[in-house]
Design a protein around this ligand. Structure first.
Ligand code: ADP
Ligand code: MG
Length: 321
């Protein structure tokens, strides 16, 4: 049973009764609809989502950043968050760094810590974040339509290569700007301003946390459409510029931990979206289109299917369950 089958079988009890949007998107939504809130929750476990010896300030930053990324995908403005924290022992230097990294990011987005829970246990961080949004202008996963353009922000693949590099021999993989890749892994920048700017331009959106193709798969399933991706349009992080082309592309397609936004929009919005990218100094790439059908298809410049090395993160796949 994979992560998504597990949720479907034990926790998803069908359409929400009281919420405006329930399980299945980047965030849930609660009303009333003119002053709605979106709520997101992400869990980070030492040894699974991060190396236990990671610098505490970057961990504090990242724990909140991954939640703000989900808020951004919904087109929400960050408002407040709750912090669940399990720590092995009280290490004041660690707590000092962690809280500094956490609040530096929180303050940038005026997102206030309003509660949580703290206990002794294996290092685990669970943040629940709340954002304000207009329920009529939400970027949901289930709103893509055939004929939409498919876009992605930023540059992909570096964080996954930083993880691979840490696990491999010191000189592997070759051709990687290790410092830049490590920075992408440790200090992801949540695309909050982009999410807000896209509220009336994007039709569907998702944040890329588990790998571009895997997360596009969720969007395709929820919208009941097919997604057609042109591999040569996928923005590969410059940190991977000297890697063999295929290895860099595979990292960009299947890596993870990118925290960029993928979204669909009407072709008539192209100029407006390009203008937003220029204004924010953020690369926005049109990587394909939405079609009738299902699933995600990646093709090369000659239209031939690109074989994918592996499909995104599934936290239960490796357990053989
Ligand atoms: P994300 O990558 O944005 O965190 P996922 O695609 O991993 O979202 O999760 C799919 C959906 O399942 C989300 O709406 C999430 O809130 C929901 N979900 C995950 N775990 C649980 C759980 N234990 N109980 C209820 N809903 C869950
Ligand atoms: Mg998400």
């Amino acid at each position: 049973m994979n992560e998504f089958e597990l949720i479907a079988r034990y926790f998803d009890r069908g359409p929400p009764r009281r919420a405006l949007l329930g399980i299945g998107d980047d965030g849930a939504m609660i009303g009333p609809s003119r002053v709605a809130r979106t709520v997101v929750c992400d869990l980070l476990v030492a040894g699974r989502h991060f190396f236990p010896d990671v610098a505490p300030d970057s961990l504090g930053h990242k724990a909140l950043a991954v939640n703000l990324s989900d808020l951004a995908a919904m087109g929400a403005r960050p408002e407040a968050f709750l912090l669940g924290l399990a720590i092995e022992q009280v290490d004041e230097a660690w707590l000092d760094g962690f809280s500094r990294g956490l609040f530096a990011l929180a303050d940038r987005f005026d997102c206030e810590l309003i509660g949580g829970d703290t206990t002794r246990g294996p290092l685990t961080i669970s943040i629940t974040a709340i954002g304000e949004l207009d329920a009529g202008a939400v970027s949901r996963r289930d709103r893509a339509e055939p004929g939409d353009d498919l876009w992605v922000s930023g540059e992909l693949g570096a964080a996954a290569i930083a993880v691979a590099a840490r696990r491999a021999q010191p000189d592997r993989p070759v051709g990687v700007d290790r410092a830049r890749a490590q920075h992408r892994l440790d200090w992801p920048e949540p695309r909050v301003a982009l999410g807000l700017a896209l509220r009336h331009l994007a039709r569907a959106a998702i944040d890329i946390s588990d790998g571009l193709v895997a997360d596009l798969g969720h969007l395709a399933t929820r919208s009941r459409v097919g997604l057609h991706v042109q591999a040569d349009q996928v923005p590969v992080d410059p940190a991977l510029a000297a890697m063999p082309d295929d290895a860099a592309l595979q990292a960009a397609l299947n890596g993870g931990d990118d925290y960029e936004l993928a979204f669909t929009a009407l072709p008539e919005n192209r100029l407006a979206i390009e203008a937003i990218g220029r204004q924010m100094d953020l690369r926005l790439s049109r990587i394909g289109e939405v079609s009738a059908g299902q699933g995600v298809q990646v093709v090369d410049a000659r239209g031939r299917p690109v074989r994918l090395a592996r499909m995104g993160h599934d936290h239960f796949a490796a357990a053989g369950s």
